[in-house]
Design a protein around this ligand. Structure first.
Ligand SMILES: Nc1ncnc2c1ncn2[C@@H]1O[C@H](COP(=O)(O)OP(=O)(O)O)[C@@H](O)[C@H]1O
Ligand SMILES: [Mg+2]
Length: 257
């Protein structure tokens, strides 16, 4: 599939020799990669490869044993998860939570307000602040969920709910968005909507995306660059053709050692 590549060669994230040991297990083993501005990169690999641990290191939920992570040239290792969000890395879970009984619009509003750190008259400002209203409708439009604005989140389909989570990440105004299996458990049609929405976001914002995903069809459609992890290490990196032609990747996915 043809991809619209609009990103520059400027690097947003530079990960160098990132390593995380748990007792007896090296979950992430000297991982190095760079993400260019505006790109979509997928991290794939079998269960236990180290994908979630890598995400936890990038978001500050885990402290690495060694290594460096620079966001736009600034070291973020050692920062708390909250500081990392403010530095510009948004993650699709653990950072923001969805309030199931509020509407889609109210959820996005709460996220926008918490980002703007409005302390005064919180509930009043929910209704009246024009800059908040503008940001909320912009985000709903960007993600393509404006028609769902008044719906309660608890009544949404799995796919729509995933789009709301992406909207909440956007409310943090991130430079880099980490999405962990955004299409997990979805039908092919739902997954396709998420893919289209992420592609639309790539084209209409200057965000960079790092996505884990086990559905290889989604990965090959969406990502310009694919990182394959196995036993904590990066075993291959490249475009869809390079990855599907890699004998090492095939061996890992066929389960042979
Ligand atoms: N908190 C932890 N304590 C000990 N071992 C862990 C912990 N988290 C992950 N691991 C181990 O690290 C390895 C990588 O796990 P994980 O990052 O969850 O992989 P993936 O997300 O690719 O399935 C696995 O062997 C897993 O058992
Ligand atoms: Mg995982």
């Amino acid at each position: 599939m043809k991809k619209l590549v609009k990103h520059s060669t400027e690097s947003v994230l530079k990960v160098s020799n990132l390593t995380k040991d748990f007792s007896g297990i090296r979950a992430v083993d000297r991982v190095s990669f760079e993400l260019s501005s505006g790109s979509i990169t997928a991290v794939i690999g079998p269960n236990g490869a180290g994908k979630t641990t890598l995400y936890n290191l990038l978001s500050g939920n885990l402290v690495p044993t060694s290594g460096s992570v620079k966001l736009e040239g600034k070291e973020i290792i050692g920062l708390t998860p909250d500081r990392i969000v403010r530095a510009g890395i948004g993650r699709s879970f653990q950072i923001t939570s969805v309030f199931p009984d509020l509407s889609v619009e109210q959820n996005v509003r709460v996220a926008v307000i918490s980002r703007q750190r409005k302390q005064f008259d919180f509930w009043h400002s929910l209704k009246s602040d024009r800059s908040v209203n503008q940001a909320v409708s912009e985000i709903l439009n960007l993600v393509g969920i404006e028609t769902l604005a008044k719906n309660s989140v608890s009544l949404l389909s799995h796919g729509d709910r995933s789009l709301v989570e992406i909207a909440l990440v956007l409310a943090l105004k991130p430079r880099l968005i980490l999405l962990d299996e955004p299409t997990a458990g979805m039908s092919r049609e739902e997954a396709q909507r998420i893919v289209q929405s992420i592609e639309h976001l790539q084209q209409s914002t200057d965000c960079t995306f790092l996505i884990t995903e086990h559905d290889l069809e989604v990965v090959f459609n969406l990502a310009e660059s694919i990182i394959v992890m196995h036993q904590g290490k990066i075993i291959a990196q490249g475009n869809d053709r390079e990855i599907s032609n890699s004998s090492e990747v095939r061996r890992v996915y066929l389960g042979a050692s």
